[in-house]
Design a protein around this ligand. Structure first.
Ligand SMILES: Cc1cc2nc3c(=O)[nH]c(=O)nc-3n(C[C@H](O)[C@H](O)[C@H](O)COP(=O)(O)OP(=O)(O)OC[C@H]3O[C@@H](n4cnc5c(N)ncnc54)[C@H](O)[C@@H]3O)c2cc1C
Length: 422
């Protein structure tokens, strides 16, 4: 090594093998939403591949998605075949031309394997095969360099990267845990009380066990079916009644039918209310509820509706559970599974503490008031996913929400007239 090279190395210590020192557009997360954004950027600017840096702690596309579908043994998506990360809405149908049995009724819901292979095809067609930088981002620090606003991405175990613009596509919030969990009086083996995001049905042997599953959404349904397949008896408990719904939110929320009125609503609080009403808590698809009711008749599943746990006690290897409604014959349980969803509150987002301090934005019910391009205040940070719901509507967290978000973000990235806030 000559002296000049040595001086360069000393003044610029090497970053992690594939972690760039600077990047124009940093995308945090490599799930379906980030993939959607990247294909939409490249559709507009084919040569921009080098400008994009996609960071994910897993180091590959769709890792979290694949893990959650495999762990819950989900046979097919809940959303129809036109919801996917490619800009061409018919691309998945064309991909599935010779695989009609993997599009499930009604509305051609793609099978899990089909969807994953299609996404791999999207990744390859758009030249994104080795495009994910393995990096756990620990903080996002707004800084100013020679009069220009930049973001420093702090990376676990590596020197930071510097980005001109950042898209946060890191998915949902932390698990939502009912209050009684913090009040359990004694210690218990952690695998006997788990949130759905920690459960992997593939490694469970449940023969002869009694399992209580809390929550009335589709995840409860998948867990119950998986547990019964493994020989368990399941009690499904919800603070409301279980009800069936084909999709998370009415398809009117995908287009102008409902979005027009929603986006014309000037009161952010009212918009928040509309989102809650549209999602209306968790629901189960008609097909899954049908299967659960059949298992109920066979004595393998019981439903406890309008019921909430008030106390759980770990007692000699089993759970004793008290509820707010008198229950005649509640068994003692081997496991408690919480399919209680996630808590999304942007004010608590681990990467945004410094951003919120430097660029304060108003929030409603934990959701930020972003501009039309999903930009955070006057910064060059853009959000995707649940945090965009006040603009994108109730499907913000779903695959289609990624498309709606991309349609707003991409013009701000690619048109210089929209790149700066007024
Ligand atoms: C079981 C289940 C089934 C679903 N089924 C459907 C469906 O059929 N149709 C539908 O439209 N929606 C569905 N959804 C909702 C939604 O589409 C998915 O949750 C989807 O994965 C969201 O995509 P995403 O890219 O926003 O987030 P994710 O898929 O969660 O991806 C986010 C990525 O960000 C990475 N990340 C997070 N924080 C950091 C960090 N600090 N540093 C580096 N990387 C980070 C994670 O590793 C992850 O890979 C489902 C959700 C669940 C839980």
């Amino acid at each position: 090594m000559n002296l000049v090279t040595l001086l360069l190395v000393l003044s610029f210590p090497p970053t992690g093998e594939s972690i760039p020192r600077t990047v124009d557009i940093a995308i945090i997360g490599a799930g379906p939403q980030a993939l959607t954004l990247v294909t939409h950027v490249l559709q507009k600017k084919r040569s921009w591949g080098d400008r994009l840096g996609v960071f994910d702690r897993a180091g590959t596309w769709m890792a979290q998605w694949k893990q959650q579908f495999a762990a819950l043994e989900i046979p097919h998506l809940r959303s129809p075949a036109v919801h996917h990360p490619d800009p061409n809405p018919y691309a998945l149908r064309a991909f599935a031309a010779n695989r009609p049995s993997e599009l499930f009724p009604p509305y051609d819901l793609p099978g899990t394997e089909l969807f994953q292979e299609f996404c791999q095809d999207v990744i390859e067609r758009w030249g994104l095969g080795d495009g994910v930088i393995q990096a756990n981002i620990t903080d996002l620090e707004p800084i100013e360099i020679e009069g220009h606003d930049r973001f420093r991405l702090h990376i676990q175990g590596h020197p930071p990267s510097l980005a001109r613009r950042v898209i946060l596509a890191s998915g949902g919030g932390p698990p939502r845990l009912p209050d009684w969990v913090a009040e359990i009086p004694s210690s218990y083996p952690p695998e006997r009380l788990q949130h759905s995001s920690q459960i992997d049905l593939r490694i469970r042997h449940l023969g002869g066990e009694e399992i209580l599953i809390v929550g009335s959404g589709l995840t409860s349904g998948h867990l119950a079916l998986g547990a019964v397949r493994r020989g368990a008896r399941v009690t499904l408990m919800a603070r409301r009644q279980f009800y069936e719904k084909l999709f998370d939110a009415d398809p009117g929320w995908l287009g102008p039918k409902y979005l027009k009125g929603f986006q014309a609503e000037p009161d952010w609080g009212r918009r928040w209310q509309m989102i809650q009403e549209a999602r209306n808590g968790g629901s189960v698809t008609p097909k899954v509820l049908f299967k659960l009711r059949r298992l109920e008749r066979e004595g393998k599943v019981q439903f406890l509706e309008n019921c909430q746990i008030t106390r759980a006690t770990w007692n000699q290897g089993l759970w004793d559970v008290d509820c707010n409604q008198p229950q005649g014959s509640l068994p003692r349980f081997h496991r408690l599974w919480l399919a209680t969803g996630t808590d999304f509150d942007i004010r608590k987002h681990p990467l945004l503490h410094q951003v919120q301090w430097r660029y304060p934005v108003e929030t409603v019910g934990g959701l930020p008031q972003l501009d039309d391009h999903l930009r955070w205040g006057t910064s060059q940070l853009f959000l995707m996913g649940p945090g965009t719901a006040l603009q994108v509507g109730p499907v913000a967290r779903n695959i289609y929400g990624g498309k709606l978000a991309s349609q707003r973000i991409v013009p701000a990235l690619t048109k210089s007239s929209l790149g700066r806030v007024a």
